[in-house]
Design a protein around this ligand. Sequence first.
Ligand code: BMA
Length: 855
Amino acid sequence: MHRCRHDLSKGWRLRQCDQPQDWLPARRLPTQVHLDLLENKRIPNPFLDLNELAVRWVGEKSWVYQLRFKRPMTDHENGASTSDLILKGLDTFARVVLNGVEILKADNMFLAHRIDVTGHLRDDNELEIIFDSTVLRGRQLLEQHSHEHTFYVRQTEASRVPVRSAQYNWGWDWGPITLTMGPWKPIYIEQFVSRIDDIWVQYELSEDFTTVSGTIFVLTRGKYTSTVDVIMCLDGNTCFEVECPTNPDGLAQAQFTVESPQLWNPAGYGKQTLYTVKAAILSLDSIEKKIGFRRAELVQKADDLGRSFFFRINGVDIFCGGSCWIPADSFLSQMTTSRYYDWMKLMIEGRQNMIRIWGGGIYEDDALFNACDELGILVWQDFGFACASYPTYPSFLESVEEEARQNIRRLRNHPSLVIWAGNNEDYQVQERYKLEYNYEDKDPQSWLKSTFPARYTYEYLLPKIVKEEDPSAIYHPSSPWGDGKHTADPTVGDKHQWDLWHGGMNRYQEAPILSARFISEFGMEAYPHLETIQNMILDPEQRHPGSMMMDFRNKAFDHERRMITYIAENFKIKYDLASFTHLTQIVQSDTMKYAYESWRRDWHARRCGGVLVWQLNDCWPTTSWAIVDYHLVKKPAFYAISKALQPVAVGISRPYHSWTAGHADPTAPFRDNKFDLWIANSRLEELEVDVTVRFISIGTGKDVVGSRHIKVNVQANDITEVYNKHDGPPLDPQIDQKKPFDPRKYDAYVIHATVSSNGDTISSNTCWPQPIKYLDFGSRIVRFKMVSDTQIAMTSDRPIKGLVFEEKKGMKLSHNGFDLVPGEQPVVDVMGISLDSLRYTFVGAPEGSIRVSLS
Ligand code: BMA
């Protein structure tokens, strides 16, 4: 009898534990309590208005899910000797009772469970799962363990810290307090005589990549498993096949060698070849998985700055331009394979090649990793700890160990997974609260006795488990982390650069001095587009900046001060919803432009190995640092990153002059005509290009001098500096310090560069004098021309800053967030909306939302 699966996803009901009669039908599994209550109209939609508050009570109750089902088939009928109940994930404190007998007590959301229920099944069965409140149980655990550990915590209450559950459920500075519960992953019964428990591969590529050799491991359970058939194939062609004996533990180890293997490469560096490995036991069971061969290295080599931190894949140094990822839904059981694929495809569309799965969420779903394998996205996965001082009492560590082993085993075949990090920002908690930490002390047992015992987890336990389960995996103790140095140290390891927005609240124009060896977080908040705002706040009276509902939905500390400061420093403030939305979005996209361009420039000599924005996505409709909102609607920042990550990208910068520091001279930025120009190239070949530089008056739109042309030999996988502190044309002659300065009469220019190769423009860029608010944007309009049913061209006879089309769910643009200059005519592909329904605005436009008029 072949292994068979009996689905238990339908027919469940649930009730509050203290309401014995009040059964409600449950959704099809997977599900969580809030979703079932919503479906039964017992709670309002937590994603609307202030409803998060109206559903908080749900998380403080206990709930029971119940299913009655017939015996799937008798052992006698199907010849199976064993029936296992599989629970892929329970959120979080759960007692599982089958026919009145407790068969499992669970307390870790990240674990899957397999229970032999052969002796428990009857003709008519009743399965009950009782979920306890995570927050109440968390508070009890705090009390129980407070004598042995101080639960320091950043972000919401400490009761999350002793609970092995996705930490963002307690609320985060971008997400609501949901405190979910329920069977968040599938549940089913498996019947078998024998089964294959797992198949995985350890391999090594020869130095020159011409041979791959290694071992395919197959773990079997049950009877008749003395041998297994093991096969590896590519596109249906078998490249390795063997019948392999198992050892007394049921483990088979098949050594293999494949000549001239096709490699798995990150997107943009070749194909993402995936081989299939299969194992079969007679006709009783078979299993197959995908595997990709690649060599991944994290290069941390001493250099004149400190130590490098960059990834080398298949011998090629890869600049990692990407994003940090949070759980894509506050109610994770709603996530589907297609939603994961849509998100990852969007990464590729935005030219991003690395995603960091942040530790306050989950060990992500197989679907996300499958998509990354297929698309060539490198994955950085944090272990599930964030922003706290975690305990190390024995039952906690046992649970952590089990969770780590299970998840490494689940994910270790994915070629996309290139690094595990111990946690998110827990060493910052150690620093903030001055917890004991002596880098020179290398005795893990002594760490356990310190006031920062979690060091044991991150520097001893997890690396040991990673080594045992996946010996070739790369492990990094934390994000951020650099050899035990202060987490803010820019010379080693990765860094979370929060002196933008948080911390020092530096201006984004200062990005060049905020560089580090690898920026694994930095960000800037922006509103989502208007449609998303309208759909999350029903009362039109509440749809304005600073309303109670707008403030409530932005969970970041001091958000209004920070946001308004960045806008006020750079733009004339307009406070109506449409204009303000636009300004927040331009602040965010300009921040991305400055950051990605200047930090990518530091790829030269590998001074900076990568930049990951905080954050790609949202878990509900909100205002946050996300560059794409909950509904997958992109903010202009998404496109700014995409442009900065073009394979060949020209960058221009002007010297930074502070304009509000004490006695700063506000005319200085306009008297300084110096500029830098460089070309970043991620291609592996040199390239000869033509560069044209124009200097265009912002007031008149005319070129103030003739353009400059230069041929440049662009270095492979490097940065080519073209101009350094180069003189642009003299600025407006009236800028003479001996005469009074009249801002109204004065004009400035944008520097515009295009790079072309064989006559095709491959990159362009516009550099504005800063701050934008000092510039006069009077009398300018944008003309739109229909090029085809789905294409629109734009022109203007004066420079335009930050033209943004309003985006909506289901609509797709090839680019958004434009700086226009006279003489250029960018064309945008538009899908999912008719061209004449498009609305837009730009900096200094008469209105915050203008309808496109086509000629
Ligand atoms: C980082 C993250 C998150 C947080 C973000 C924004 O440090 O790791 O904890 O959401 O900052 O404050």
